[in-house]
Design a protein around this ligand. Structure first.
Ligand code: ATP
Ligand code: ATP
Ligand code: MG
Ligand code: MG
Lengths: 227, 227
């Protein structure tokens, strides 16, 4: 259970302040499937970074399972992140010196998963995302959409409690995008909370709860009517 | 007039060869409007990089206005690129230490355009793309779609003969994406050749000529029927 209360995130630039998030409040129950849409610059990535413990709010409170987290130090945040959250970044943030397979394997190694199991799980997700034949290539040797799929594989391989996906199909053709959404939804069906930022209405409307942002605020937060 | 003849682009990895472009032939007349679509990994960015003189083919010939260019050295290629080609990269390649306005201004400075004219032209294109209020921010202080628009502004400000746009709306909401396409099409209406790689069929079908790629080959190259 995630609770954001009156979250504010300001960026101070000289004598100007930009209110990237303004009074954002949001409860996310376990296993929910939420889409976040809104204009470029409206605060979607900023909100996802706050939820993902990658960015501290300027003001407001953030509870994960009733524990307030904004006052934790960086090491404590990193610990919660590593087990709780899987993040697909808008621009991937892959490790340049590691191959695709090594990038995907990294969270499992950090968690101490034995080698045989790591290899098998990596092979499995690369196959699902149709990039097995690129496994031993580094990010700069991959196409845009191949890098995006490596980022998705890495974020999902640990079975986190929450998956935050920032525009996960932006560099993919329609069919590959469909495979990605199918993978994310299959994980959500097993109880993982899924939050997808997207500019694609076709993807946005698949979620059961729709959030729209504008100028740092949530202007719409609706459950889809049943049926 | 651009002519690609039997272009091949291989990547050699140890004892494996990947044929990223296989026997690609293509004539592009001045002022054409072409879309290139195809699966992730099919060779679209590679083809655009070859057309844009950023990558040399492994084999084949490439004529620009009847001059064969594959045998030119890097300096000669850079000279042709700077006047002839505007490139919107799939991942932008903005200069991190420069602000948005400085990134856009850079080609004009390199071309020796006087300061007053540079400032006016930069202000104009930033206004068209609705990022005037982000002009003095560096790329890491911009959202994904804002960075994308800076890349588009930079590529178009020199009025090149050819604009190559690699997925120019991938990080943009529907409305901002429409503004980008409107800008690119207004330039094409003035005689600039426009080649857009896209995964968005709504954008792809706006071109007058549709190319589809698969596994490094052009499998379809059709002029839209009139009316
Ligand atoms: N430097 C490289 N070394 C080895 N292989 C490469 C390199 N760059 C690209 N490739 C491979 O060449 C193929 C074509 O890549 P390209 O980037 O042209 O695809 P694309 O059609 O633009 O895909 P996307 O829609 O995902 O952007 C891919 O399989 C890719 O992995
Ligand atoms: N480090 C920073 N410093 C200053 N301003 C920033 C910084 N990071 C983001 N911003 C600004 O905060 C606002 C929200 O950015 P954010 O990345 O959350 O937008 P977004 O909704 O994800 O947009 P897009 O759809 O283009 O990815 C933007 O106006 C952006 O320029
Ligand atoms: Mg974003
Ligand atoms: Mg590409």
């Amino acid at each position: 259970m995630i609770q954001l209360q009156h979250i504010q995130r300001d960026y101070v630039m000289g004598d100007q302040i930009l209110h990237a998030l303004q009074d954002v409040s949001l409860d996310i129950n376990d296993g929910e499937y939420i889409s976040i849409m809104g204009a470029s610059g409206s605060g979607k990535s900023t909100l996802l970074n706050v939820i993902g413990l990658l960015d501290r709010p300027t003001a407001g409170q953030y509870f994960i399972d009733n524990q307030e987290v904004t006052s934790l130090d960086d090491t404590q945040l990193a610990n919660i992140r590593s087990t709780y959250i899987g993040f697909v970044f808008q621009f991937f943030h892959l490790v340049p010196r590691l191959t695709a397979a090594e990038n995907v394997e990294l969270p499992l190694m950090l968690a101490g998963v034995p080698q045989a199991e790591r290899k098998q799980r990596v092979a499995e997700v690369l196959k699902t995302l149709e990039i097995s034949n690129r496994a031993h290539h580094k990010p700069q040797e991959l196409s845009g959409g191949q890098r995006q799929r490596v980022a998705i594989a890495r974020a999902t391989i640990m079975r986190p409690r929450v998956i935050l996906a920032d525009e996960p199909t932006g560099n993919l053709d329609h069919r590959s995008g469909g495979e990605v959404i199918a993978l994310l939804e299959s994980l959500q069906q097993k109880g993982i909370s899924l939050i997808v930022v997207t500019h694609d209405p076709e993807i946005g409307q698949r979620a059961t709860r729709h959030i729209t942002m504008l100028d740092g605020k949530i202007i719409k937060d609706e459950l889809e009517s049943a049926g």
